[in-house]
Design a binder for this molecule. Structure first.
Ligand code: DQA
Length: 144
């Protein structure tokens, strides 16, 4: 089983970006934690990040036939991107939406997710643990 962890805009800045909101852990640190937990479960994980909406669409297309599941922190594109929503529904790859912060407890513009309706479910507000919970959800979804 393979899980693709897809990370959207500004998540490359984790560690220094608004640490009061997103914590001090870098994306590279998160990748190590997720891969440790994944290998204990016999699951292969790939991490990708892009600040570009089109590249994220291409990453989703490229996961066809390769990844069983996508765990997706789409960053700010969560709230705006019909293109990402269509890529998820168009490929049919089961996708789990994740966020470090609780988007529903923040500014109103973050309450709406364009991708939520085409995702299996949403995990938000658990900091770095949102990634680990996302991995667990992907394993459950895939029945492994
Ligand atoms: C985020 C929440 C988004 O609203 C924000 O634009 C991000 C990060 C999160 O992980 O909490 O970039 O997806």
């Amino acid at each position: 089983m393979k899980v693709l962890f897809l990370n959207g805009p500004n998540l490359n800045l984790l560690g220094t970006r608004e640490p009061g909101v997103y914590g001090k852990t870098t994306l590279a640190d998160i990748e190590v934690m997720v891969k440790e937990q994944a290998s204990a479960s016999g699951v292969e994980v790939e991490f990708l990040q892009s600040n570009s909406e089109g590249e994220l669409v291409s990453f989703i297309h490229g996961a066809r036939g390769k990844a069983n599941c996508i765990v997706f922190n789409a960053g700010a594109y969560t709230h705006t991107s019909i293109a990402l929503r269509d890529a998820i529904s168009g490929t049919g790859i089961p996708t789990i939406e994740i966020h470090l912060s609780n988007i529903h407890a923040r500014e109103e513009f973050r309450h709406k997710s364009m991708i939520a309706a085409v995702c299996v479910g949403q995990i938000a507000g658990f900091g770095v643990s949102s990634y680990l919970l996302g991995l667990q959800a992907a394993i459950n979804v895939n029945g492994k």
